[in-house]
Design a protein around this ligand. Structure first.
Ligand code: KE4
Length: 430
């Protein structure tokens, strides 16, 4: 139950902002109740307007891999801000961050900074269409790539049929250019390329989906997409807005040894400030304005504060042992959650990929959006509320990833595991 200050803030916010929030998922619609209003954050915790603190597994939906208010990031932002917040001209900071991105992602020979993951995927799709002269785009059920018209598409009546608008405001004429296929279904991808030979510009995929909950790619799936797109003259776009700098220093593509044609980045890249990026093969990126004819622009693209926060963040991630320690913490959390569910006799599936994980209220394996959708979302809603009461903040939807940060020490993991078993017993088992 949120405290009185959060409740009064939410009352006012609902009069001023649609749903009282700046992004829909924050409104707790999928789990019920009202969101708390955060006053400050530090390390693994959020502190709300009523003085409550929560161990945070949302991490601003991915960016806060170091934990909140990391001293190096705070200092970088403060020092840069003292020299100005936006120049409207190139600055050395863009070169510094670009250098770090390209060093980590061999598939990225050139990169363009934007201000959100949505801008990154929107621009990558435009570039793919411009470079290939083709219009069709393939995406996968359950993968989310930001609120791009062409990608706000629900699966049509069957695999390899054209998508239908996922929201009012997106014209049929746009979604008719997008095919939505089941994730991890390589046969459906082959079939789509056969049916629409020579017409598909690109496949865009989250190499490790986090937006249906975490669903790791099946063996050979990503490799298969690489082979199919290469032989069909289509581009492979990896949307690594979540997995970039998270799954490994070089994202999922480094983990799986796959070289996409274009990559979209965001979240961690900005260390909590608004940043996105897209990049890839030089021959493709040289088609981007002002060098080439494919137009894309942004007033605050390459913003110095955001660049400085990103540089400071990536430099911390480069420290020896960072990822090993992060993955150990996530492994301990996953094991503890599973053990607690077993002890309480509650059927759950915990999918984990490195420091990303999701606890599904499902008895069977979750390998795509259809199986994820069979999860018991009512049980998840009760569990979410019971965890919040015990000082643990989970993403307010069954279909989101939990993010472990370097600030989640053993004590936080143990506290979470304890709270989870209690929450299952108190609010779910019945
Ligand atoms: P933004 O435009 O929200 O910065 O990024 C869009 C985006 C693109 N690609 C992937 C794989 C993403 O996960 C996202 C955004 N993720 C959601 C959470 N699932 C952001 C949270 C929100 O929408 O408020």
């Amino acid at each position: 139950m949120t405290g009185p200050k959060s409740r009064s803030l939410f009352d006012e916010a609902q009069r001023l902002l649609p749903g009282g929030v700046s992004s829909p998922v924050r409104a707790f619609r999928a789990v019920g109740g009202a969101p708390f209003f955060t006053e400050r954050a530090a390390g693994a915790r959020l502190f709300d307007a009523d003085g409550n603190s929560y161990i945070d597994y949302v991490g601003s939906w991915g960016p806060m891999i170091l934990g909140h208010a990391h001293p190096a990031v705070v200092a970088a932002i403060a020092e840069t801000a003292a020299r100005g917040s936006s120049f409207g001209t190139p600055s050395y900071l863009e070169v510094e961050l670009a250098r770090r991105v390209i060093a980590r992602f061999p598939s990225i020979e050139m990169v363009r900074f934007v201000s959100s993951g949505t801008e990154a995927t929107m621009s990558a799709v435009r570039l793919a269409r411009g470079a290939t002269g083709r219009d069709l785009i393939v995406k996968f059920d359950g993968c989310y790539h930001g609120h791009v018209d062409a990608l706000l598409v629900r699966a049509g009546s069957g695999p390899a049929t054209f998508g239908i608008p996922g929201t009012p405001g997106v014209p049929e004429s746009v979604t008719r250019q997008t095919l939505t296929l089941p994730f991890n279904d390589l046969a459906a991808a082959r079939d789509a390329f056969t049916r629409h030979e020579g017409k598909i510009a690109a496949v865009i995929v989250e190499p490790i989906p986090g937006n249906m909950g975490v669903v790791p790619p099946g063996a050979g799936f990503l490799e298969g997409l690489r082979e199919i797109t290469s032989s069909a003259g289509a581009l492979l776009i990896f949307d690594e807005v979540i997995s970039g700098f998270r799954a490994s220093p070089g994202g999922a593509q480094a983990l799986f040894g796959i070289r996409p044609d274009l990559t979209c980045l965001g979240k961690i890249l900005g260390g909590g400030l608004p940043v996105g990026a897209y990049g890839g093969r030089r021959d493709l990126m040289e088609r981007i304005s002002p060098l080439g004819p494919v137009y894309q622009a942004g007033t605050l693209s390459g913003n110095p504060l955001a660049m400085a926060a990103g540089i400071a963040t990536l430099d911390q991630l480069a420290k020896p042992g960072f990822y090993e320690s992060l993955d150990r913490a996530a492994e301990a959390l996953a094991a503890g959650l599973e053990a607690g569910a077993r002890a309480e006799g509650v059927a759950v599936r915990v999918n984990r990929a490195g420091s990303l994980l999701t606890l599904f209220f499902a008895a069977d394996p979750v390998t795509d959006f259809a199986s994820a959708s069979r999860s018991d979302t009512q049980r998840f809603a009760r569990y979410h509320g019971a965890m919040l009461e015990r000082g643990v903040f989970l993403p307010p939807s069954q279909f989101e990833a939990w993010f472990v940060s370097a600030a989640h020490a053993e004590s936080e993991i143990e506290e979470t595991v304890r709270a989870s078993r209690e929450a299952l017993a108190a609010a779910v088992r019945s």
